[in-house]
Write a protein that binds this ligand. Sequence first.
Ligand SMILES: C[C@](O)(CO)[C@H](O)COP(=O)(O)OP(=O)(O)OC[C@H]1O[C@@H](n2ccc(N)nc2=O)[C@H](O)[C@@H]1O
Ligand SMILES: Nc1ncnc2c1ncn2[C@@H]1O[C@H](COP(=O)(O)OP(=O)(O)OP(=O)(O)O)[C@@H](O)[C@H]1O
Length: 278
Amino acid sequence: MQLQLSAPAKLNLFLHITGQREDGYHELQTLFRLLDYGDTLGFTANRSGEIRLSGSPADIPPQDNLVVRAARLLQRDDFGVDIHLDKRIPAGGGLGGGSSDAATTLLGLNHLWQLGLSSEQLQAIGAQLGADIPVFVAGHTAWAEGIGERLTAVELPEAWYLIMAPDCHVSTAQIFSHRQLTRNTGAITIAAFFEGHTRNDCQSLVRELHPEVDNALNWLGNFGDARLTGTGACVFCEFPGEAQARAVLARLPQGAKGFVARGLNASPVIRELSSYKH
Ligand SMILES: C[C@](O)(CO)[C@H](O)COP(=O)(O)OP(=O)(O)OC[C@H]1O[C@@H](n2ccc(N)nc2=O)[C@H](O)[C@@H]1O
Ligand SMILES: Nc1ncnc2c1ncn2[C@@H]1O[C@H](COP(=O)(O)OP(=O)(O)OP(=O)(O)O)[C@@H](O)[C@H]1O
């Protein structure tokens, strides 16, 4: 049996750090916006007892790939699978690429191996691997609290985003362990988000450490409210329509990388899975 499934990227429309737990993890508030831009994964089930991955980026040994690590968490008996990953989301960009690949793997294998696990059970399994995985399993644009796993689905109006991918890698662990990071932002309500009272608490530190991110924010800031997503390195600006976003994309400085994506409320992977069920 075969499955072909999407793994959408996300943006953090804002990111507030409201505290730190005893285990070092940070408590945050964020709005995860899903995008119609992402990776694709193909799954072919077998009874080899082996999890084989092709298409893993050259700098990630397959056994370290979150796809394989997620599959191992569900594997039992002689269940096996061949997975092909078609990667488009820039790695380490704050777009949740690895997390989304892992979530799609959990959803896909639950279906292929007929495990019968609920979305909540898969979200809890995903949370063991990464704080960003549960939202992709839940499959909806969401307000998130806790370490990112306490989710409330949110419907946002149509919006388009220009995303720039500066040519540098930002380490999430380094940013979260930096002594200069703001960790005491007061908790806000969803209503305050809609009134626009938000920011990304990692942004000033990341632009100080990475001049490439600073340059991208300065350039994109000419066209609107430019922000960092997650801990970066990608930055984005929202536009009401596709034409406005594409007009700015056409003006990207030479050598700069970027793309335009539409915001989604529902993840394509949930729709794709339900079509396989019929
Ligand atoms: C910054 C965000 O992308 C916002 O969506 C996420 O919070 C990060 O999620 P992620 O990449 O799935 O993060 P993980 O792989 O779980 O953790 C990476 C590193 O960030 C730190 N980390 C992560 C999430 C969090 N709420 N507090 C943290 O302190 C962890 O200590 C770890 O060292
Ligand atoms: N399938 C995968 N795709 C991308 N990165 C992966 C994958 N599996 C493991 N990784 C590792 O995870 C790290 C983070 O990748 P990812 O693309 O999820 O970062 P990110 O976009 O910053 O995510 P987040 O917003 O969740 O912090 C990479 O540096 C890479 O070494």
